[in-house]
Design a protein around this ligand. Structure first.
Ligand code: KIV
Ligand code: ZN
Length: 432
């Protein structure tokens, strides 16, 4: 992806991120089948889950959270189906969520029996509001829940030595948790799991509710990275939600601040305003010349499958994926795009005004880029005739003909396709 050049960062006197741009893709974990699914009006059927799982595998995700089997029978059955029918590729690890409660952890291990590899993701809520108003517990009470969950997970895993286990802990509602307390709980969990003795551990920091600007979240992540014990032995993950509309930005800054791993969903489906959109973040990296290690070149298939499984349509302006995101109707944009495309050579850095990436990189066609309505100008009209009919107009005719096209578009009130534009051209200039 060397054709994309990162824009030089602005150095701020008071804030120097460890790396001003992301140099390397984080490890991705797709949580569509768990967080995405739990937020749907109509939860996915097992067939829909299988279809989405297969898509995630095809796109290159190596870690996929497939459900909360102890809380949902369809999730349990789906987990069993994947394992019993041998549907998990050798380089893919499934992850399942559980609360830090003995009976739920027991059921979780039942769901995972026979898996060759798995991440057991255990969580409990740590924020002040949850402590005081939901659980009626003090810090010590909450810390004990986490430690006992960690112990039960460790002990169950020991009973299944043929599975390659990774343990993941999330202090849920991390963004509402005092940082010193979050670190205290994480340290206590790690004291049980001992990542320094070879146990694979992921510490996941969720913006369960996005409560601050992305830089503040990233500062929290950096603070945790700097203060937890065992930092060099654990993978630090982030899991951002989009309540303020900044989930992608928060995850990007968190990676700059030290996170190794990012959880999210395709197109950002998830609780409330959704999870961090994996498509947007991966393509943001791609457009800066960083290989996301995901294949998003078939965007139409991605949106088709996600829409079929979630029953949520893709917004026409959804970054990189929406119907209109590579389209220009206005004259000045069309003119600039036409000039840049004419000078854009294969193999050179992509440098086209108004198009952050080459639409063909996500499987989009050039004829979607310039579309004609009453706001379009001579450049757009000339581009369409040249592209679709090989007719190249001199400048005076571009000006004259585009006025006729504009009048016709005003009359019609919407868009004119290239056949209509060509027909108008023929009737005005080519008839004897
Ligand atoms: O948003 C959240 O906090 C979660 C956790 C369970 C990781 O989904
Ligand atoms: Zn979540």
């Amino acid at each position: 992806h060397r054709k994309y050049v990162a824009f030089p960062p602005v150095r701020k006197r008071n804030r120097l991120w460890p790396d001003q741009v992301i140099q390397k893709a984080p490890t991705w974990c797709a949580v569509d089948l768990r967080d995405g699914n739990q937020a749907l009006v109509k939860p996915m059927s097992v067939a829909q889950k299988q279809r989405l799982f297969d898509l995630l595998v095809k796109l290159g995700f190596k870690e996929i959270e497939i459900g909360f089997p102890a809380a949902s029978q369809p999730d349990f059955e789906f987990c069993r189906k994947l394992i019993d029918e041998n549907r998990i590729p050798g380089d893919v690890t499934i992850q399942v969520l559980t609360q830090a409660r003995a009976e739920l952890i027991a059921r979780t291990f039942e769901a995972l029996k026979g898996a060759s590899r798995a991440v057991v993701h255990v969580y409990n809520s740590t924020s002040t509001v949850q402590r005081e108003q939901v659980f009626g517990l003090d810090r010590e009470g909450i810390r004990r829940i986490a430690v006992s969950g960690a112990e039960i997970v460790r002990d169950f895993a020991a009973g299944y030595p043929d599975t390659d286990w990774t343990f993941q802990y999330s202090p849920e509602s991390f963004t509402g948790t005092e940082l010193d307390f979050a670190v205290e709980v994480i340290d206590a969990v790690n004291d049980v799991w001992r990542p320094d003795c070879g146990q694979k551990v992921i510490i996941n920091l969720p913006a369960t509710v996005e409560m601050s600007t992305p830089n503040v979240f990233a500062d929290q992540v950096e603070w945790v990275c700097d203060h937890i014990r065992y930092r060099e032995h654990v993978s630090v993950s982030v899991h951002t939600h989009n309540d303020r509309g900044c989930a992608v930005a928060a995850a990007e800054l968190a990676v700059m601040a030290g996170a190794d791993r990012v959880e999210g969903t395709l197109m950002g489906n998830g609780e409330r305003t959704g999870n961090m959109d994996l498509v947007t973040m991966a393509m943001n990296l791609y457009s800066q010349g960083v290989d996301p290690c995901l294949d998003l070149s078939g965007m139409a298939e991605i949106t088709d499958v996600v829409e079929a499984c979630t029953e949520i349509p893709t917004h026409p302006r959804h970054p990189y994926a929406g119907e209109l995101v590579f389209t220009a109707f206005s004259g000045s944009h069309q003119d600039a795009i036409r000039k840049c495309l004419a000078q854009c050579d294969e193999g050179q850095a992509w440098n086209v005004a108004y198009l952050p990436i080459n639409p063909s990189d996500v499987g989009r066609r050039y004829d979607e880029v310039v579309r004609i309505n009453s706001q379009s100008g001579k450049g757009g009209v000339a581009y369409v005739l040249e592209r679709d009919y090989g007719i190249s107009l001199p400048r005076w005719l571009q000006i004259e003909f585009s006025k006729l096209v504009q009048k016709e578009a005003e009359r019609n009130g919407g868009e004119l396709d290239s056949d209509t534009i060509h027909g108008l051209f023929e009737s005005c200039y080519l008839q004897v």
